[in-house]
Write a protein that binds this ligand. Structure first.
Ligand SMILES: NC(=O)c1ccc[n+]([C@@H]2O[C@H](COP(=O)([O-])OP(=O)(O)OC[C@H]3O[C@@H](n4cnc5c(N)ncnc54)[C@H](OP(=O)(O)O)[C@@H]3O)[C@@H](O)[C@H]2O)c1
Length: 309
């Protein structure tokens, strides 16, 4: 079974264009989801994060699949409360997974949280606002990420949720350009200027929430439905396949075997069938009053996205 197209990163390594997302996958579900994705559905790419609190179970799924480690592309992310010591955070993630190395290690959000705060994931100040360290130099954390490459414990480093404003806090000081920027990208949130900014600098794009996340309105979109019906595809195939056709890595999450399978099989079918005209029609949907962003944590600080504070 084909694991689908690959995209070349700026470090020369290849990343499979379709990866399995694992956010909100419960520990008891994700072992079998990962095992099924790798062993039965042909996935070779898993997207994880320390903050998803299921790295241990993802690692177990990888082992149970029997697929050799070197055939699998594993991503995880360092949480902003650990930006003072990413080497330690990486060792924790490696121990959780039971792996010797990570293929891609990302800064989860381009802000830092108080490492000595009152909660490991979402520390708050006495007034209840998020305990963001407003003066934290992101470039120093990026330098720590660059140092990790020398250890061999990570093969590539990148960022997530980084706007142009935030990338400009890193890029002028970077000796290694981020390999990827993992962003919310889907039918109702294209971010074309940011996508172009990244592509011009050799930063590959990864689309998170490509289906619009939990209880998504995208699955009922009229244009995507019409195009899906034209080709005998599912709407989800069009939503994901359309992004892959544009050269974007997609990370659909599911713990349901039939969906895990269709999200790779149907996506590959959609990539073959979608025409330039279909893609242009899908690109135009958001502009017709359909803009939606589904992941907007209340950091209380501007991240530089047009529709954020
Ligand atoms: N970097 C970041 O800050 C960040 C933020 C968000 C997400 N991510 C990554 O991106 C991944 C994907 O994003 P996401 O989890 O927000 O959302 P998503 O993949 O857009 O959507 C997942 C939801 O769609 C359902 N689903 C999956 N396949 C389907 C299909 N073929 N038909 C109908 N429903 C389907 C899933 O249900 P079932 O599981 O019940 O099947 C789940 O409820 C995450 O898991 C995570 O790895 C990263």
């Amino acid at each position: 079974m084909s694991s689908g197209p690959v995209i070349k990163l700026n470090n020369g390594k290849e990343i499979p264009a379709i990866g399995l997302g694992t956010w909100q996958s419960k520990p008891e579900e994700v072992v079998s989801a990962v095992e099924y994705a790798l062993k039965e559905a042909g996935y070779r790419h898993i997207d994880g994060a320390w903050a998803y609190q299921n790295e241990k179970e993802v690692g177990e799924g990888i082992r149970r699949s029997g697929v050799p480690r070197e055939e699998i592309f594993v991503t995880t992310k360092v949480w902003p409360s650990h930006y003072d010591n990413v080497a330690k955070a990486l060792d924790t993630s490696l121990a959780n997974f039971g792996l010797e190395y990570i293929d891609l290690y990302l800064l989860h959000w381009p802000i830092a949280l108080n490492p000595k705060g009152n909660h490991p994931i979402f520390p708050t100040r006495p007034d209840g606002s998020r305990d963001v360290l407003l003066d934290w130099p992101l470039k120093d954390t990026w330098k720590q990420m660059e140092d990790l490459l020398k250890t061999g414990k990570v093969k590539a480093i990148g960022v997530s949720n980084a706007s142009e404003l935030k990338l400009n806090e890193i890029l002028p000081y970077a000796t290694v350009v981020p390999a990827v920027n993992q962003l919310e990208l889907h039918l109702y949130n294209h971010q074309p200027e940011l996508v172009a900014f990244c592509q011009e600098r050799g930063i590959a794009l990864q689309a998170y929430s490509p289906l619009g996340s939990t209880n998504s309105p995208l699955l009922k979109d009229e244009t995507a439905t019409k195009i899906a019906e034209k080709y005998g595809l599912q709407v989800s195939d069009v939503l994901i396949g359309y992004l892959v056709a544009k050269g974007i890595v997609v990370l659909p999450k599911s713990v349901t075997p039939s969906r895990i399978l269709s999200n790779i099989k149907g996506t590959l079918a959609a990539v073959e069938k979608l025409t330039k005209e279909d893609i242009a029609e899908l690109d135009a949907v958001e502009a017709n009053g359909k803009h939606v962003r589904v992941v907007t944590p209340p950091w209380g600080v501007t991240l530089g996205f047009k529709d954020w504070i």
